[in-house]
Ligand binder design. Structure first.
Ligand code: IVH
Length: 714
């Protein structure tokens, strides 16, 4: 049986429980009371405020610990315990709605062993009835991380929409739900099949692309970004003004039928006798039903489904946090019944978490090669989604201010799939009393010079071109594979060369001699010779790579290629005016101004003269004078090829450079103009789904190699 791996994260949940176990053995009643208090508090933050303070996985760990303690001390059980109730009381801001059929929660399992144990118990409960045991099949559904909703249709017309609330009473959000386009106002069943009452349960969610767009808009408007799609969906729906809900592109998946009264669907042997049949009816009635849902004959099939769902969770354009496994046969469901908290016939297999809380020890600033000062978080290292995160970029001053991050805060850290780790926000409740708002430092940590933020810009810069921190980054970047590709010269060695006083700028690299190099610690003659050979070879890389290597602000591989195609050599570029440059394809005013500013700096001009003297080729490797009609066209001329995920034979920069060298472009996102999408390991979900949606060819690494060689797709 294939095992959905619990992942290296799982021990964390156990550890969290273990940390508190001592307290529990000496005073179980006290610990139970404390856990109930904490869970009630965090449940209210999650359900009522749509602003949780701890990661879902940490909440789950508290509930698990409580459930274990209650099982070991039955005398301490309580009907009001969070393990025996659902959700949180509805908010008085909305009219209450009594649910005709209670909306329950689900019990969780966190590993395939627990899932199998759940299934075995269920088979045991049904074993008394031989006929029943033979009917045990399951329906596996992605567990959408959104907001549960009950929709009531009378004679086919939507009359009421309510949140789950505490399971018995929800909140009336009818006006808001009416703004969700994919939720039918009227059932699409034939009139003679319409039930008097038809209650549909499902999940309202915000697609990832919409979530990202919403947060972009929040930031632009100077508002705090939402922590995750679930909170933004819940926040969007629980609005007093339906206009706000309408402005958010919420979506919906139906997954359950509640009360059904009147009409042929009440036939006990009809389609609603099975969950799989109910889902088909929901689709027929006009509801979106998740296409990934699959019926599985046995627990081996269920385990396989869970493994697949976990492996592909990031291929979807919505968040899932697990798989819901339901018994297919509704008669058997009834026989098993439910506790006050959850049905016995369904369970949620929860994926290993991608969010964690940890301590934000310090906010520091790093200086990049263009002088940009980027704040970053030095975190107490924490394992998130399989890797240890200790540092995370905080991007710029405004981001830190909007998230109100302070040194000493407990913060939520998120790392989804191959996505770069992100500090989502602080846990305000855990903030130390003396935590002060963070202030951007006034001086550069590299050179002590002033840090400057220009009007209307979000970035802050060290403006001293001689700043050693900048120099180090510039030299390391100059040598990088996507730039001059100097083998054996990384950040560490660049630091060593600067430290020894052998180089001050990139041009000094070409004046290094063997003796001085070989005398450096850790070098020796062989590596010194190799480095010199690498430096020597880099003289002929051509104008495109040289432009990338020079660290001109806003000039990356794409713009460098565009400039090199339009101008014959570096001197022509240095002499060009802003107006001239603005006429170059893909070059706008900001880029043109940045190029002109670069070449008008005395210091930069000196470096360029030194490069010329050192024999570095300035001529364009791409320039085609307008008359050269019969020059052979480049295989990817004018074609946009997007790369996503990790390739084996190329770094991201190398793949981009290979595309650009052949006349192509390599934009960061997929659009209708994209020629092909190259997919490596752990690709971006948004890019993949966009490509699929637009019918753009998707290439693996081998097909990419073929494309580079021939310009052909296969
Ligand atoms: S069935 C009686 N199916 O998970 C069964 N729930 O932790 C109750 N959820 O409140 C729910 N996807 O918000 C069900 N395919 C799915 C689901 C799903 C997401 C959510 C729902 C529910 C919560 C329980």
């Amino acid at each position: 049986m294939p095992e959905p791996t619990a992942g290296p994260d799982q021990p964390f949940v156990e550890a969290l429980a273990a940390r508190t176990a001592n307290a529990a053995t000496t005073d179980p009643a006290g610990r139970i009371a404390e856990l109930r208090r904490q869970i009630a508090y965090h449940s209210a933050r999650y359900h009522q405020d749509d602003a949780p303070e701890i990661a879902d996985s940490e909440y789950d760990a508290l509930v698990r610990e409580l459930a274990r303690l209650e099982a070991a001390h039955l005398e301490l059980a309580s009907a009001t315990s969070p393990t025996a109730t659902v959700g949180a009381p509805p908010s008085p801001a909305f009219a209450p709605v009594q649910h005709a059929v209670r909306m329950l929660s689900l019990d969780n399992v966190f590993s395939v062993e627990e899932l199998t144990a759940w299934g075995a118990r269920l088979e045991r409960l049904l074993a008394a009835d031989r006929e029943a045991a033979s009917k045990v099949a399951f329906v596996c559904e992605p567990k959408i991380d959104g907001l549960a909703m009950s929709l009531r249709y009378e004679h086919g017309v939507l009359v009421r929409a309510a949140t789950r609330g505490d399971g018995a009473t929800g909140e009336d959000v009818t006006a808001n739900v009416r703004t969700i386009g994919v939720i039918p106002r009227q059932l699409t069943l034939p009139v003679d099949e319409l039930p008097e009452v038809f209650e549909v349960r499902g999940e309202v969610y915000l697609p990832l692309a919409a979530f990202e767009e919403l947060n972009r808009r929040q930031l632009e408007a100077g508002l705090r970004p939402f922590a995750n799609p679930r909170n933004s969906a819940a926040g969007s729906l629980r609005q007093k003004d339906p206009g706000v809900t309408a402005s958010r592109p919420l979506a919906f998946f139906a997954y359950q039928v509640g009360e059904v009264r009147g009409g042929p669907l009440t036939d006990p042997d009809g389609p609603l006798a099975h969950q799989s049949g109910a889902l088909e009816e929901l689709a027929r009635a006009g509801f979106p039903v998740n296409p990934k849902i699959r019926r599985e004959e046995d627990l081996d099939g269920v385990a396989r489904y869970c493994a697949e769902a976990l492996a592909h969770r990031h291929d979807l354009d919505y968040e899932i946090d697990g798989v819901v496994v339901k018994l297919d046969d509704v008669a058997l469901q009834r026989r098993l019944g439910a506790t006050s908290h959850a049905p016995r016939w369904a369970v949620a297999y929860k994926f290993p978490p991608e969010e964690r809380t940890t301590l934000l020890n310090q906010i520091l600033v790093s200086i990049g090669r263009t002088g940009r000062a980027t704040p970053f978080a030095a975190l107490e290292p924490v394992v998130v989604a399989g890797s240890t995160v200790g540092l995370a970029s905080l991007h710029n001053e405004d981001q830190v201010a909007l998230k109100d991050l302070r040194e000493g805060d407990t913060v939520i850290v998120r790392k989804a799939g191959d996505v770069i780790p992100e500090v989502v926000g602080p846990v305000l409740a855990a903030r130390p009393r003396d935590a002060a708002p963070w202030r951007f430092p006034a001086t550069c940590p590299g050179c002590g010079g002033p840090l400057v933020r220009l009007e209307g810009e979000s970035d802050t810069f060290c403006i001293n071109v001689d700043c050693p921190a900048q120099q180090l980054q510039r030299i390391a970047h100059f040598a990088a594979r996507s730039a001059m590709d100097i083998e054996g010269l990384g950040e560490m060695r660049a630091g060593q060369l600067i430290g020894a006083g052998l180089i001050h700028d990139v041009a000094d690299l070409y004046g290094l001699d063997l003796e001085a190099l070989a005398a450096l610690e850790g070098f020796g003659e062989v590596s010194a010779r190799n480095l010199l050979a690498g430096i020597n070879a880099s003289r002929e890389r051509g104008m495109t790579r040289l432009l990338v290597a020079l660290s001109i602000r806003h000039v990356g591989p794409t713009i460098a290629a565009a400039l090199a195609a339009a101008l014959a050599d570096l001197d022509a570029l240095a002499a060009a005016s802003e107006e001239q440059l603005s006429t170059v394809d893909q070059v706008g005013g900001t880029i043109a101004a940045s190029v002109v500013a670069f070449f008008s700096s005395e210091r930069n001009r000196q470096v360029i003269e030194k490069l010329r003297t050192a024999g570095v080729a300035f001529g364009s490797d791409r320039y085609q004078p307008p008359s050269a009609e019969d020059a052979p066209p480049l295989p990817l001329a004018g074609r946009a090829v997007v790369v996503t995920g990790t390739l084996e034979g190329f770094t991201r920069e190398e793949a981009q450079a290979a595309i650009l060298e052949r006349g192509g472009k390599s934009p960061g996102s997929v659009s209708a103009k994209t020629f092909a999408v190259v997919v490596g390991a752990e690709p971006g979900a948004a890019k993949l789904s966009k490509a699929a949606q637009l019918g753009i060819p998707i290439l693996d690494e081998a097909a990419f190699g073929h494309l580079l060689e021939t310009g052909e797709l296969d």
